[in-house]
Design a binder for this molecule. Structure first.
Ligand code: BTN
Length: 258
């Protein structure tokens, strides 16, 4: 497939934010846009977005690799400064929520969410999020939200934990990366205000799109695997797992229905 260079003006016309994406860095090749924003001290403005056409060491959750064909998808990171540590999990969930909403708004596709932050279309993975941070004196100095969306890629060679798909594959037509990125950033800025004012609503919107709640699940952590009922998401965004009489708060892991 022929790749089309990302058109910054086309994206910029549709960007309707005060802060998010107002400083925009477009890079042809980088190791990882997350690593770049976490360590580049010259980039310090809240809301800075780094979009990379190609990542040579794209990072996924739980030390996995994020693969994306150069020039076809969206691999970008957003920098937030001085974030209250208690809000990080909700920001993480909110990022997946806005990616799902953007895909629904623009392409009328049904999406669902998988805890903590996978975006699925027809039960296949279309996007993933990796949130990372650095702290200074008990405060989160930099929070970087890395988002990978499979946009126009058609073939996914290799092995994947969840079957991958792309917006183009599901929409059955080529997709404008510029429109999709501006929509995601517009919604992300809005959801950040909502998190300050009404975090419960954000969690409700997230839960509405998660069809695993109430189901029997398997949670694979780094050391152990747990089985139980996916009871709820608590106020801070942790998964509440019911195992017999006990309930546990799950901080990370891979969840699947069983
Ligand atoms: C996952 O589902 O495992 C998370 C994938 C996150 C990938 C994005 S692509 C942009 C940013 N830079 C990275 O190195 N990773 C994130």
């Amino acid at each position: 497939m022929e790749n089309k260079e990302f058109q910054i003006e086309e994206f910029d016309i549709k960007l309707d934010t005060e802060e998010i994406g107002r400083q925009f860095v477009y890079i042809q090749q980088v190791d990882s846009s997350n690593a770049f924003l976490l360590t580049n001290k010259e980039l310090k403005t809240h809301g800075t977005v780094v979009l990379a056409e190609e990542q040579t060491k794209g990072k996924g959750r739980l030390n996995r690799e994020w693969q994306s064909h150069p020039g076809q998808n969206l691999t970008f990171s957003i920098l937030l400064r001085k974030v209250d540590g208690k809000k990080v999990n909700i920001i993480n969930l909110a990022a997946s929520l806005v990616v799902a909403q953007a895909i629904e708004n623009l392409f009328q596709l049904n999406t669902s969410l998988k805890w903590p932050n996978d975006v699925l279309i027809d039960n296949k993975k279309a996007a993933g999020i990796l949130i990372e941070s650095t702290s200074k004196a008990n405060e989160l100095d930099r929070v970087v939200i890395g988002i990978g969306i499979n946009v126009n890629q058609i073939n996914f060679p290799g092995k994947y934990l969840i079957e991958p798909t792309s917006v183009r594959k599901e929409f059955k037509n080529k997709v404008s990366r510029e429109k999709l990125l501006s929509e995601v950033l517009n919604l992300f800025e809005e959801v950040l205000y909502k998190i300050d004012e009404n975090p419960e609503d954000v969690l409700e919107d997230w839960k509405e799109r998660c069809n695993m709640i109430g189901g029997k699940v398997k949670v694979e952590g780094a050391k152990e695997t747990k089985f139980g009922i996916f009871d709820d998401i608590d106020k801070e965004g942790f998964l509440i797992l019911k195992t017999g009489e006990k309930t546990e708060r799950i901080h990370f892991g891979d969840v699947s229905l069983r």
